[in-house]
Design a protein around this ligand. Structure first.
Ligand SMILES: [Zn+2]
Length: 300
């Protein structure tokens, strides 16, 4: 079954490589606004997670084998074991649950690299949430890519229709509703279910958008840390080091943001795709399990 999916997606990659060259500019445009706006969030994560610092796992701990993951079918319901905390990390609901987990998230998908990233993660048996934008799924080819990623078993989240800064349309509740609900409608049409998770572009939420997210039965989620949208880390080796250590000294984060339950932000970008395999391996080597998003408590 998985082999069939991989073969199919290989064809799709070839097909899309031919179609996507005109979209090159989109990537560059997307990268820059995040530079400024997403930075403050890292600081917030650090401040609020300071109390967890003594709980960091050491290399002596055995990596946790996640056998249960492989046995879960794509649409199978599972009991929630983690919830999203106030600082967006993932914490066990009950005592005795492994707290040394990290959540992988890929934003601004599916642009040019999401499908390849999904294939890399599948080979590593690592789960992730792909937060998608409506303007990346408005052609039949793009819809097909989203469908493939979902069928590979990945969670699909809502990242607004047009990657708008919700603050900029704060006085227009209808427009905010459109940005969020319309995307859920489109995603449901393609994959047969509505997203359970929402992440606002630049991590900027408004009172109205929070209400809409709740009405749509989605869980709001920013992130703990991410570095691929900062110029110094738009490089495979530097990004691997930053993500695996949690440190970003070149963007004023000389300390580690890697803590149990860390919610890791990455994007559909070339350097992130190149770094992805080593990021997953590096995190696992430190004793972290890559969390299956289906184990996160949702509204419904
Ligand atoms: Zn984004």
């Amino acid at each position: 079954m998985r082999a069939v999916v991989i073969i199919l997606t290989s064809f799709l990659v070839l097909f899309l490589a031919a179609c996507n060259s005109s979209e090159q500019n989109k990537v560059q445009e997307e990268a820059s606004p995040d530079l400024v706006e997403e930075q403050p969030n890292d600081k917030t994560g650090e401040e609020k997670q300071e109390s967890n610092s003594e709980e960091s796992p050491t290399e002596t701990e055995e990596p946790i084998e996640d056998d249960s993951e492989e046995e879960l079918g794509v649409d199978e319901e599972v009991t929630a074991q983690y919830r999203v905390s106030e600082n967006w990390s993932l914490v066990p609901i009950e005592e005795g649950t492994n707290e040394n987990v990290v959540l992988l998230t890929i934003d601004d998908a599916p642009d040019q690299y999401a499908l390849e990233m999904a294939k890399i993660l599948t080979e590593l048996d690592a789960d992730a949430i792909f937060f998608v934008n409506g303007h990346f799924i408005d052609t039949p080819e793009e819809k097909e890519v989203l469908k493939q990623i979902h069928e590979m078993g990945f969670e699909i989240g809502n990242h607004t229709y047009s990657h708008v800064n919700l603050k900029s349309i704060e006085n227009n509740p209808e427009k905010q509703r459109e940005e969020i609900v319309q995307l859920n409608d489109v995603i449901e049409e393609i994959i047969g279910e509505r997203p359970k998770f929402f992440r606002a572009p630049h991590g900027v939420n408004t009172d109205t958008s929070k209400k809409i997210v709740e009405e749509e039965n989605m869980v709001l989620m920013n992130w703990s840390y991410g570095y691929d949208y900062f110029t110094p880390y738009m490089d495979k080796e530097k990004l691997v080091t930053a993500m695996v250590t949690g440190e970003g000294p070149e963007v004023d984060v000389p300390y580690s943001l890697l803590k149990p339950g860390a919610n890791l932000l990455m994007h559909d970008r070339e350097w992130t795709k190149e770094a992805l395999k080593e990021i997953v391996i590096g995190l696992r080597e430190q004793g972290y399990e890559i969390l299956d998003p289906r184990l996160i408590e949702t509204s419904k």
